[in-house]
Each structure stands twice: as structure tokens, then as C-alpha cells.
Design a protein around this ligand. Structure first.
Ligand SMILES: [Zn+2]
Ligand SMILES: [Zn+2]
Length: 411
């Protein structure tokens, strides 16, 4: 067999060659187990991180330019999630055992005081949101939370008492988002469903279930200004749900080759940032005109050459042709035989930034200009968080390294 030089997986090189690139500012290392979440402390050169080694760390930038821990506190169980309120310096840490621990950070970030625990769940905390709600004219502070115990629950942050019965999913609850204005909660689960709940005075009401993902939902992000929900999951897919915009559309974004673990949204720029286990960070321009993917046509014969499909016994017999497997053009949705759908192409307007199967006709009529910028983060990313004021993104890798990037050229 003759030797061949095949183009490598980086044949989409042009996507990576943008002049607008994140610039690595700092690396934080030292955790002895997975880092589960980390955030940049607003208006301070500091980072808070939680890790499976049970530690809560506060890192401050030193004169050397490097970040070193000023606080390292160990909890009874692995620390898996964190929620920080800059105005009050309240820090809530979700644990593997289902407890949410509250702390207050000192002004100089060199010390933190324990406030108390909410015994919220029986399993790993997967999402926490702090909110203030007026009940009969009295302001109440609530902590909304999800867990691998399959429950969404809300507690009074002061008394630590649960409010109302929980919402119980059929699988692990894996992500949480909340629309303050309409008091709607979005709960993503391990099966790929998103339950939309309404918090009412009389309790929780299931409004609808959003189905579109086929595997665990790792991240939900809500944008209140455009009333859109962004979801990402193990099926490598990102979906943009138009919840309140009146269009009822759901766009798909395909660009990752492995699980999408995290999302961040820059509302002012209409820019979605996604990251995943393929080590790639993608900046999606949502100002670009996007179309929904078409439904797949059902047919017994190829819609171009009329070749019968495998199950069309009558057609195979009458035309004396072998049956073909059925494929679909991702651009027009027509049912086609393999021969009539051999082209591979990106379809940026439908969110396909990686080549997919298309028919000959569509192949010649697609605008291939990318609508996303790709960046190699050089480590499999488990979480990203955004600091809009400083125009920085923080990524956490499976290598336990936290990286801070300047993304000012992109946002
Ligand atoms: Zn055909
Ligand atoms: Zn087509």
C-alpha cells in the first residue's frame, strides 16, 4: 500500500489562527486532588478555589507576580462547589456529603470565619444560587441548590431551614440556573433533561421539560437580558434556548470533540464562551445570523437518486438494486444514500464548526466563514469562570492547574 500523508486533526487550522487570542497571565498550582471550582475575587488580585482534597483556598497575587494561598482551610468532606457574594464577603462551599458551609472572609483575605452549615442534601452539591425574595413584605434570603441526591431544594440562608418540599428528578441533578425576575429555576440532570420550575408561594411547579441533549448536562447559563438559556453537556453539544424571546427557537452549536464542561456568557457582546475535555476554548459570536438545524426527512428511497433504503424490500426487489443505508444532509435534512451524501462540510450558520455530512447541492452553496474563534487551552478544561471588569477568564484543568487568561482582545 502506497504511503499517504493524511491531514492531521488540526486541518481546521485557520480557526486557531486568529490574531485575537487569550493571553496566559498566571498559573496556580498546588492542589493535591481535582480542583472543582475557582473564581477571581472581584476588585482584588485574588482567587478562591475548592478542591476534592477537601481544601478551600484563597490565593493572593504577591509582589513576585505569582499567586500564593493566604488561606487554606480543610473541610470534613471534598469541597465541590463555591458561591461568593463580594458585597458581604460571604462564601458558601458545597461539599461532597451534601452540606453547604457558610464563611465570612476578612477584608484583607487572610482569614475566614465559619458562620454555619446548611444540611441541604444527601449527596454531592452540583449547583448553588443565593437570592433575596420578598415574602409578605419581608425580605428573605434563600439558597437554592441541586445535588446528586436527585433533588432541587431551597433553604432559608439565615435559619438554614428548608422551604417547601424538594423537586425530585429521576436522575442526578447536575446543574442549576435561576431567573430572578420571573422566579424560574432551571435544573439540568444526568439524563440530559432540563426541568423548568416556577417558585410560587404555594411551592414548586413544573412548567416544562426541555429535551434536546442525549447525555448529562454539565452546565446551564441564563442570560436575563435576552431571556435565553445556554446548556452544554457530555453529548458535546451546546444548545441556545430562546425561552422568553417569543421565537421558541433552539439553536445548536457543534464545535467540541469531547464533553463540554463549562460555559460563560458576555451579554454586552452577545458572546458565548465554551470549554471542554478536548482542551479547546471556543468563543461563539451570537450576533451572527444563525439558523435552526432542519428536521430529518423520512423516506424509503434516496431523495436524490431514488435508491431504496435497506428496509424497502419492495423497492429493492422491483429495482433490482441493493438497499442502501440511510443518511441525512445536515444542511437540508433530506434522506440520502451514502453515495449522494459523501461531502463533509462545516455549516457555521447552523452551528456546525466541525465538518458534517452534506449533499452535493448544499456543499456548493454553504458559506464556510467561521462564526467562532477556537483556542487551544493546552489542558482539558473542567470549569471556566469570567471576570467581566478585568476581561479575564479563569480555567481549571483536569491537571489540577488553575489558569488566568487575559481575553480583552476577544470581548
Ligand atoms: Zn442517492
Ligand atoms: Zn443538502
Amino acid at each position: 500500500m502506497a504511503a499517504q500523508i493524511k491531514p492531521g486533526p488540526s486541518s481546521n487550522h485557520d480557526k486557531f489562527n486568529s490574531n485575537r487570542k487569550p493571553v496566559l497571565l498566571a498559573k496556580l498550582e498546588g492542589c493535591s486532588d481535582h480542583v472543582n471550582k475557582a473564581i477571581l475575587i472581584p476588585e482584588t488580585d485574588g482567587v478562591i478555589s475548592v478542591s476534592s482534597d477537601r481544601s478551600v483556598r484563597v490565593w493572593l497575587k504577591r509582589d513576585s507576580g505569582q499567586y500564593w494561598p493566604s488561606i487554606c482551610k480543610y473541610l470534613p468532606s471534598p469541597a465541590v462547589d463555591l458561591l461568593y457574594r463580594p458585597t458581604t464577603r460571604q462564601l458558601f462551599v458545597g461539599q461532597e456529603n451534601g452540606t453547604i458551609s457558610e464563611f465570612i472572609l476578612e477584608e484583607d483575605f487572610n482569614c475566614m470565619e465559619s458562620v454555619g452549615d446548611i444540611l441541604a442534601h444527601y449527596g454531592r452539591i452540583t449547583g448553588m444560587i443565593w437570592t433575596e425574595i420578598s415574602i409578605d413584605g419581608v425580605l428573605e434570603q434563600w439558597i437554592l441548590s441541586t445535588s446528586r441526591d436527585k433533588r432541587f431544594q431551597y433553604h432559608n440562608a439565615k435559619t438554614t431551614n428548608p422551604i417547601g418540599p424538594p423537586f425530585v428528578c429521576t436522575s442526578w441533578c447536575t446543574s442549576l440556573e435561576y431567573d430572578l425576575e420571573s422566579a424560574h429555576v432551571f435544573v439540568g440532570d444526568y439524563a440530559g433533561n432540563i426541568s423548568m420550575l416556577n417558585i410560587k408561594a404555594e411551592g414548586l411547579q413544573l412548567v416544562t421539560t426541555l429535551t434536546g441533549h442525549t447525555a448529562c448536562i454539565d452546565k446551564l447559563v441564563w442570560d436575563s437580558s435576552s431571556r435565553r438559556l445556554f446548556s452544554a453537556g457530555h453529548d458535546r453539544l451546546i444548545i441556545v434556548w430562546d425561552i422568553g424571546g417569543g421565537q421558541g427557537t433552539a439553536y445548536e452549536l457543534h464545535g467540541h470533540t469531547n464533553r463540554v464542561t463549562s460555559l460563560a456568557f458576555v451579554s454586552a457582546k452577545n458572546l458565548l464562551i465554551s470549554a471542554g475535555e478536548d482542551s479547546i476554548v471556543i468563543f461563539w459570536d451570537l450576533n451572527a445570523d444563525r439558523k435552526e438545524t432542519p428536521p430529518w426527512a423520512e423516506s424509503d428511497n434516496c431523495e436524490t437518486c431514488s435508491r431504496p433504503f435497506l428496509w424497502n424490500i419492495t423497492g429493492i426487489f422491483e429495482r433490482k438494486q441493493f438497499g442502501s443505508r440511510q443518511h441525512h444532509c445536515r444542511s437540508c435534512g433530506r434522506a440520502l444514500c451514502d453515495k449522494c451524501s459523501q461531502d463533509k462540510s462545516t455549516i457555521p450558520s447552523m452551528g456546525f464548526e466541525l465538518p458534517v455530512r452534506v449533499c452535493k447541492f448544499c456543499s456548493n452553496n454553504i458559506d464556510h466563514t467561521p462564526m467562532a474563534i477556537f483556542h487551544d487551552a493546552k489542558h482539558s478544561v473542567t470549569s471556566i469562570t469570567m471576570d467581566l471588569l478585568r476581561k479575564c477568564v479563569l480555567t481549571i484543568g483536569q491537571d489540577r492547574v488553575i489558569k488566568i487568561w487575559d481575553v480583552s482582545t476577544l470581548i
